[in-house]
Ligand binder design. Structure first.
Ligand SMILES: *Cc1c(COP(=O)(O)O)cnc(C)c1O
Length: 369
C-alpha cells in the first residue's frame, strides 16, 4: 500500500539537512505485502506474471561470466538493437536503468527551478517525485469524467510557457488512451519549444506489435520536440532488470546523455534485454494472455456493478473513490495485492487465470459484506 519512500522528518541538529524541495515530495507506493502478509497474487505493480524465458536466463548467466569488466559506456549494443527495431538511427536512442531514470534525466536537462511541467492527473505517481525533486513545478490537468486525458485542457495548459509536458498513453493508473488521431492533433498543436515526453510504458498492450515498433519513428519525423519513453518492465517482462529507453531527436538524446551516469546499464540487464528482443513471440504471448485476463476482469467486475475504466494496458482501474483503502484491505485479506490510490481508486494488474478468479471472488464478497 501507499507509504513514503523515505521519511524526511526531523533531521535534528548536527546532521546535514536535505533540500527543502524534498519535504514536499509524495512517496512512491508499492503493491506488496506488509510484514507478515504473504500475497498469493501480486497485482499491485503492473509486472508480468511469468518469469523470464530460459533464453533470457541463459543470456544473463553468460553475461555474469564477464561481470568483472565494465559494460558498454552508454549501453550502445542495446541502443543499436533498439534503433534497428524502431527503424531509427542509433543516435536517436538512449538507454537507462529503467525509464524512470530517463525521465529524471530529461526533466533535469530541460527544466530550471520553478519551470512549469504539465501533466494530466491522475497519472503515474513517479512524476511529482521527479519533477519536484528537480525543483520544477508540476501543473496537473484533471482527467475527464471517463478517466481519460483531456487533450483540449492539456493544450491550453501548454500554451502558457510550459517547459515540458508529460503524456502517459495509455495512462497509468486508469489505462485509458488518447485515440491516435487525437494524440496526433495534440502533438501538432503543442508549441515547438515545449518538450513532449510521451511515456509509452504500456504501448505494447494498446496496439499491434508492428505499429508499436513503427509509431515512434513516424511521430519523430514530424515532431522534433518529442521524446518517446519505453520500458522492458511491463510487456517485456523484465521489471527486475531495470531497462528503459528514449527515442528522440539527436539533440534531445545528446542532452539526456549529458547528465547520464557512465555505464547506465549493468551487463546482465543489457544481456537480458537483448535476449528478450530476440523472442518477440514470447512477448506476443504474454500480451495476449494479459488482454484475455483483462477482458475477464472487466466483464466480471462490471457485472458485479463496479465502475471499471476502459483500459488498454495490463491493468484495470476501479474508481471507487473514498472506498479505495477499504477495498484494498479486503483484497489484501484475500491474498491479493493491488495498488491503492487513497480517496481515488484501486488499480489491479492482470495476472494468471487463477488470480482473476481470486479477484472476482473477493470482489463479490466485498459487495456482499
Ligand atoms: C511502470 C511504468 C514505467 C516504467 O518504469 P521503469 O523505470 O522502466 O520500470 C514508466 N512509466 C509508467 C507510466 C509506468 O507505469
Amino acid at each position: 500500500m501507499l507509504g513514503p519512500m523515505f521519511a524526511i522528518g526531523d533531521q535534528g541538529a548536527g546532521v546535514p539537512k536535505p533540500s527543502a524541495r524534498l519535504t514536499e515530495l509524495p512517496g512512491y507506493g508499492r503493491g506488496r505485502a506488509g510484514p507478515g502478509i504473504a500475497f498469493a497474487h501480486r497485482l499491485g505493480s503492473n509486472e508480468a506474471p511469468d518469469p523470464p524465458s530460459a533464453a533470457v536466463q541463459a543470456a544473463v548467466a553468460k553475461a555474469m561470466t564477464g561481470a568483472h569488466r565494465y559494460p558498454d559506456l552508454r549501453g550502445e549494443t542495446l541502443a543499436e538493437a533498439l534503433a534497428n527495431r524502431h527503424g531509427l538511427p542509433a543516435d536517436m536512442v538512449a538507454v537507462s536503468a529503467g525509464s524512470v531514470t530517463m525521465l529524471d534525466q530529461l526533466i533535469r536537462v530541460y527544466c530550471d527551478p520553478g519551470d512549469r511541467v504539465i501533466t494530466p492527473w491522475r497519472s503515474y505517481e513517479a512524476y511529482p517525485i521527479i519533477v519536484g525533486g528537480a525543483g520544477a513545478r508540476l501543473v496537473e490537468v484533471p482527467l475527464d469524467g471517463r478517466h481519460r486525458l483531456n487533450a483540449a485542457a492539456i493544450l491550453q495548459a501548454c500554451r502558457s510557457e510550459a517547459r515540458v509536458v508529460i503524456i502517459c498513453n495509455p495512462n497509468n493508473p486508469t489505462g485509458t488512451v488518447l485515440a491516435p488521431d487525437e494524440l496526433e492533433a495534440l502533438l501538432d498543436a503543442i508549441p515547438a519549444q515545449t518538450l513532449i515526453i510521451l511515456d509509452e510504458a504500456y504501448a505494447d498492450y494498446a496496439d499491434e506489435a508492428a505499429m508499436v515498433a513503427a509509431s515512434p519513428a513516424r511521430r519523430l519525423a514530424r515532431h522534433r520536440n518529442l521524446a518517446v519513453l519505453r520500458t522492458f518492465s511491463k510487456a517485456w517482462g523484465l521489471a527486475g532488470m531495470r531497462v528503459g529507453y528514449c527515442l528522440a531527436d539527436r539533440s534531445v538524446i545528446a542532452a539526456a546523455n549529458a547528465v547520464a551516469p557512465p555505464f547506465p546499464l549493468p551487463a546482465t540487464a543489457q544481456a537480458a534485454a537483448l535476449a528478450a528482443l530476440a523472442e518477440e513471440d514470447v512477448v506476443a504471448a504474454r500480451i495476449a494472455a494479459s488482454l484475455e485476463q483483462r477482458g475477464h476482469m472487466y466483464e466480471g467486475l462490471s457485472a458485479l456493478g463496479f465502475e471499471v475504466a476502459l483500459s488498454q494496458a495490463n491493468f484495470v482501474w476501479l474508481a471507487v473513490g473514498a472506498e479505495a483503502e477499504a477495498l484494498t484491505l479486503h483484497l489484501s485479506a484475500a491474498g491479493i495485492a493491488v495498488r491503492c490510490f487513497r480517496g481515488e481508486g484501486v488499480r489491479v494488474t492482470t495476472g494468471t487465470a487463477a488470480a482473476t478468479q481470486a479477484l472476482l471472488t473477493a470482489a463479490a464478497s466485498w459487495l456482499s459484506r
